[in-house]
Structures are given as C-alpha cells and as structure tokens.
Design a protein around this ligand. Structure first.
Ligand SMILES: *[C@@H]1O[C@H](CO)[C@@H](O)[C@H](O)[C@H]1NC(C)=O
Ligand SMILES: *[C@@H]1O[C@H](CO)[C@@H](O)[C@H](O)[C@H]1NC(C)=O
Ligand SMILES: *[C@@H]1O[C@H](CO)[C@@H](O)[C@H](O)[C@H]1NC(C)=O
Ligand SMILES: *[C@@H]1O[C@H](CO)[C@@H](O)[C@H](O)[C@H]1NC(C)=O
Ligand SMILES: *[C@@H]1O[C@H](CO)[C@@H](O)[C@H](O)[C@H]1NC(C)=O
Length: 216
C-alpha cells in the first residue's frame, strides 16, 4: 500500500515537472518572437515620465520587453509597436500631465495603428500637432481626454484614419475644444466613424459641406 502511494506521488511529481518545462519553453518562444524595439520603449518611458498616474495604470511599464506592458501591443511580424490603449474607465483614476504638455516622444511610434487616450485628463492643453505625424493610424480616440483649445488641422494628414473620436473635450473651466475650419476633413477619405460631439464648430461655417464630402 505504502509502495503504491509512493509510486503515485512519484508519477505526479514527474508529470508536474514535464508540464512546467513545456510551459517555460513555450513562454520563451513567445517573448523571442515579440521582442520590443529599443527606441519605441524609450518613447513610451518618456511619455510615461510626462504623466501623473496616481492609480498606477502604467506600473507594468518597466523592464526590457515593452510589448508585454499593459495597453501595449506589438506586431508579431515586425516587432513594431502597433497599438496603444490607455483608455481609462474611471474618471477619478485618470492619467494627467505632470508638467507642461504630453511628451512628443509618441511621434517616434511611426507604426502605431491604434491610439486610445480616452477618459484621461490632459489638463486643458491643446491636442498636440505631432499626433498628426503618426501616419499609420487607423484608429484615434481622444474622447473625454481633457483637451481644450484648437483642434489641429494637421489631423488631415492621417490619411489612413478610419475612426476619429474627438468628442467631449473641455478644460477645467468648461472651455470646449474648437475647430475653425474643416477643409482638412475630406482628406481623410477612409474615414468611417467621426465623433465631434461637444466640439465647438461655431466658426467652421463649412462643416456641413465638408462632412458631406466624406465618401463613407
Ligand atoms: C500574435 O501573437 C499573439 C500571442 O502569441 C496571438 O494571441 C495573436 O493572435 C497573434 N496575432 C497575429 C495577428 O498573428
Ligand atoms: C493636471 O491635473 C491634475 C489633476 O487635476 C493635477 O494634479 C496636475 O497638477 C495638473 N498638471 C498640471 C501640469 O497642471
Ligand atoms: C472612444 O472611447 C470611448 C470610451 O472612452 C468610447 O465610448 C467610444 O465609443 C470610443 N470611440 C470609438 C470611435 O471607438
Ligand atoms: C502634413 O502634410 C503636408 C503635406 O503632405 C506636410 O507638408 C506637412 O509637414 C505635414 N504635417 C505634419 C504635421 O505632418
Ligand atoms: C476659459 O474659461 C475661463 C473662465 O470662463 C476664461 O477666463 C478663459 O479665458 C478661458 N480660456 C480660453 C483659452 O478660452
């Protein structure tokens, strides 16, 4: 009886070892195929350094492999960073600016296809013009991100954009973000979804004509 128990325990231990070894081998392969590109990692760290993060959303943003960080996704094929999702669901736990404005290091992420900064607090600063240099973007969500001031017409350079959400941006005093003219909008010819709720279009007399020029 005692011998049998010993045999069973021994077999179980052996199985555990085998499973453990298999798991660590496949982990190893996954991290090799999704290694993080150094310049993109530095860009994320500079961006993080320009933010206050009392809720610790970015606490996983440390160590070498930025592809494993929360909210970050890299391409399996090229290794480039293709998605950054910092959508926040609780207004009281938002990211905000530690000083000045958000770090322009994000402009390094030239392969980024998806950027979501919604429900954060960029302290009533303007949407930075350098975002319009992220020319691979398909999806840009800046909804309720606490931006204010003029929405840059350079967004018209994001020619691959399919989703653009600029809704509900205003500062601490309630000053809305605004658009002076929408001549740039029809250049976004792949656009399928546009949200400009609560954006002040009072000076954009051409808005109806411009929106109608969008093919989709
Ligand atoms: C990339 O790799 C991840 C994890 O290994 C996998 O879940 C995902 O489906 C892959 N994506 C593509 C497009 O192959
Ligand atoms: C931005 O807003 C947060 C939250 O209200 C505040 O703690 C922080 O000091 C502000 N940053 C700047 C640069 O004003
Ligand atoms: C943008 O994000 C908000 C949530 O923060 C979401 O409600 C909205 O649907 C998103 N917009 C698009 C176009 O996906
Ligand atoms: C937008 O595109 C124009 C012409 O293609 C270029 O001259 C300009 O520098 C671009 N602006 C930005 C912010 O990328
Ligand atoms: C924002 O609103 C405050 C208070 O109403 C006002 O004093 C200030 O001039 C406004 N700022 C801008 C940039 O419109």
């Amino acid at each position: 009886m005692a011998k049998l128990a010993l045999l069973i325990r021994g077999t179980a231990l052996l199985l555990c070892l085998l499973v453990f070894q298999a798991a660590s081998t496949s982990d190893g392969q996954a991290s090799v195929s999704r290694a993080c590109i150094g310049s993109e990692r530095d860009a994320l760290l500079s961006f993080k350094a320009s933010l206050l993060d009392p809720a610790g959303h970015l606490s996983s943003w440390q160590g070498e492999d930025c592809c494993q960080w929360k909210g970050v996704r890299c391409s399996n094929r090229t290794g480039h960073l293709i998605k950054l999702n910092l959508r926040n669901i609780d207004m009281d736990r938002s990211l905000s600016l530690s000083a000045g404005e958000m770090s322009s290091s994000l402009a390094t992420l030239q392969h980024l296809r998806y950027l979501d900064l919604s429900w954060n607090n960029f302290n009533g600063t303007s949407i930075p013009i350098y975002l319009s240099s992220l020319k691979s973007l398909r999806y840009l969500n800046l909804s309720r991100a606490g931006f204010s001031g003029r929405i840059p017409s350079q967004l018209g350079n994001l020619s691959k954009l399919q989703y653009l959400d600029l809704s509900w941006n205003y500062d601490y005093y309630g000053n809305k973000s605004y658009i002076l003219d929408l001549a740039w909008l029809p250049r976004l010819s792949l656009l399928r979804h546009l949200d400009m709720s609560y954006v002040d279009l009072g000076s954009a007399r051409d808005w109806f004509q411009r929106v109608n020029m969008l093919p989709n």
